[in-house]
Design a binder for this molecule. Structure first.
Ligand SMILES: [Zn+2]
Length: 156
């Protein structure tokens, strides 16, 4: 099928070559574009369809990105985000902090000590590449960043 496509393109390419002298790479470019078009299904869309005219959009209609991913997950009964508690079996230290998985460059963390609930929940912001320490019990936390590096740079 590939060869057929290139062969079909050839008369046209030759005709162009006579006047504009394109390099032989123009034929290759054509065949690679055929390969792209015959590829797999498009990636799932994380952009909602929007509201119908004259109506107020629902969250499902207007949510995009991670929020949409979460809503679509809920429809399927899947919890997209891990909202289970952090490791409260030990006190985090500078050398061995409690890791907080995150797709964003910062997360708000609530510490209630070791074991859990041994002090009132203390909330603080944990940032990528910067450990945070609970001022109540001294447990040290670090962000376990799982997002894309180039995406993180836009936040600086
Ligand atoms: Zn604490």
């Amino acid at each position: 099928m590939f060869k057929t496509a290139v062969r079909a393109a050839r008369p046209g390419a030759l005709a162009v070559r006579a006047s504009a002298k394109p390099s032989s790479s123009s034929v290759r470019a054509f065949s690679s574009s055929v390969r792209v078009l015959s590829g797999g299904p498009p990636p799932p869309s994380l952009v909602g369809p929007g509201a119908k005219p004259g109506t107020v959009p629902t969250d499902l209609e207007q949510a995009t990105g991670l929020e949409r991913l979460q809503l679509l997950g809920e429809l399927e009964g899947v919890n997209v985000f891990d909202d289970s508690g952090l490791d409260a079996s030990r006190l985090g230290t500078k050398a061995n902090p409690v890791l907080v998985p995150s797709f964003d460059v910062e997360r708000i963390v609530g510490c209630s000590g070791v074991p859990a609930d041994s002090h009132d929940v203390l909330w603080f912001t944990l940032k990528k590449d910067k450990q945070a320490r609970c001022t109540e019990c001294g447990s040290v936390y670090a962000l376990d960043y799982q997002g894309e590096e180039h995406h993180a740079e836009h936040h600086h």
